[in-house]
Each structure stands twice: as C-alpha cells, then as structure tokens.
Design a protein around this ligand. Sequence first.
Ligand code: 13P
Ligand code: SF4
Length: 330
Amino acid sequence: MNFKEEILNLKNELDVTIVAHYYQKDEVFELADIVGDSLELAKKAISTQHKNIIFCGVGFMGESVKVLAPEKRVLMPKIACCAMAKMIDVDYFNANLKILNDAGLSNNDILPITYINSSAAVKAAVGKMGGYVCTSANAFKIIEKGLTSGKKIFFVPDRCLGQNFAKQIGLKSAVVGIDNIEVVMQADIICFNGFCSVHQLFTVEDIEFFRNKYPGIIIAVHPECDPSIVEKSDFVGSTSQLINFITKELDPEQKVAVGTEYNMVNRLRPKNTYVLSSTKPECPTMNETTLEDLYNSLLSIKNETFANEIFVNDETVKYARIALERMFEV
Ligand code: 13P
Ligand code: SF4
C-alpha cells in the first residue's frame, strides 16, 4: 500500500488537522498541516477549525491540546511517552514537596513551575498551588515572573533546564535527591531530579572534537543539555530559537554543530551543519510514529472507532488549564 497517497486522500476527505513536532520522522513531518515546537503546537493546534486533531508527537503534547481545547477530539497515532515526562507523577511531586516541608519549607513558601514535558495530572497539581507551566522557549520569562512572588521556585521535572536558567539569571539552584538538604534549602530554584535521555547524550568531548576539527565552529545546544555542555556552548535555545538562529542569523558559510534531536538537525540547512555527537541522537519515542500509524489513525476517524483518543478528566483539565493559561498570560 502507498501510505502517503492514502493519507493524502483521507486527509482531504475528513474533518481533520494533522500536527507534528519537529522531532518526528521526515516522512510523517512532511504530511502535517501544522508543524512546530511544543509551545507553537499547543497554540496553533487549538485554533484549527477541524473537529479532529491527529497529534504526531509524545503523550504530554496531545494532552496539552486536549486540556486547552476539550471540545476537540485529539488522537495520537502512537501514544508515545516522553522519557522525561515519565520521570515524574503526582506521587513523586508530592514526595518531593514532603522532603521540603520536613526541612522547614511550607507549601505556602513554594511556587512550582513545571516544564510542559509533564503529564496533565502534574500540571494540575502545579496549577492548584498557583504555579505555572513553561516551555524551553519561555522558561526564562516564566521563572522571572515566578520570582516576583518572593517564594522558592520548585522546578519540575527537568533539572538541567532549572539549573541552566538559574545560572543565566545568576541564581543558586540545587536538585532534590542529589544535593544535600541544607544546600537545597539555600537555593533560589529547587529542581526535581529529572532529565532528557536524548539531550544527555552530548558530551564535553563532543564539543572539544568539533572545536579541534573545525576551528571557529559555533556550538548551539538545547537547554535540556547538561549545564557542563551549555557552559561550553556559544548559543543555547529552544527548538524554535535554534532553528531561527541557525537558518536566519548565521552566515550560511558558518559551520555549526547542534546539540539536539537528530531528525530536527538533519532538516536544517544541510551544508555546514553537524550533529554534536558521534551517535545518532534520535528521540526513541518521537520516532515511534510511522506513516502506517498515521494512516491507521485517519482510518479510525473514517470508521468512527477513534483509535488512541486522548481523554483527560474534568478536574485535571480545570487545574492544568489554569497553569497553562498563566503561562500564556506571561
Ligand atoms: P521544544 O519545547 O523545544 O519543542 O522541546 C520539546 C522537547 O521535548 C525537547 O526535547
Ligand atoms: Fe522527551 Fe527528551 Fe524526547 Fe524531548 S527529546 S520528547 S524531552 S525524551
């Protein structure tokens, strides 16, 4: 079967919008109506006129669309889970708060901020405490806004993002479970001990290798990379910020090694652009979605069986939405 042709036919016939994150396989990415990073997708997907949204990405992204637009039907060709988002659930969130409470910090003195890479349930727990969602594109602004509350920021689940932004603003950060509790209590930004398994693949040796091989090369990385990598880089930015920097701001002759997911880097201007790794840093779960899955998802709309539909309960929608909307207000 020619999946591409069948997908195009079904797309024309059905009341559906296909959205895809930049980390999707090329063949899936090129059939999407809307592409973007997590922030762009959350905004653009909810403004579509179509009733059905097929989200090619990872679970928390589909959930975010459902939370923001519960009247839409959101389907995912694969309910793939972001490894980082899986590192925290509401029990872990509460267990970390308990550690802080036992050390003398009450919940009234804590403002939680969750990276968008978390479940709707974690976002709701954050929303209930007056906290915010952020993405890598707006984390700086959200953290600055959070600091005006005078409370300690509890940043979940990506410790690297928390540590990198704290450093950028000149604040102290510490990680629950890694640093001792006295150090944690003195930090301005207290981080949960989660991380991205893909962005952990970039090493200081990779940077040294590229700098030695191509003197003058620019190193550009995503803030999910370890602080030791960010420190040695020339540019740090979210997915959309990296794309903008590399395609619009850099001279086309300028060599650049990029520390983020492989499919995305591969799609940037091919000449003079390198993946900052000797491995192929693909996100395994983003890569789970195939053309056949997309075809099956469309077919399930046609047959009204709606495979892999995303449901979020009303209570979770209510509070997760508050945390997401607070982000949009900032
Ligand atoms: P963006 O917010 O930059 O799209 O990143 C999402 C993500 O999962 C990066 O690993
Ligand atoms: Fe999650 Fe990392 Fe994959 Fe992004 S690259 S979806 S943070 S596992």
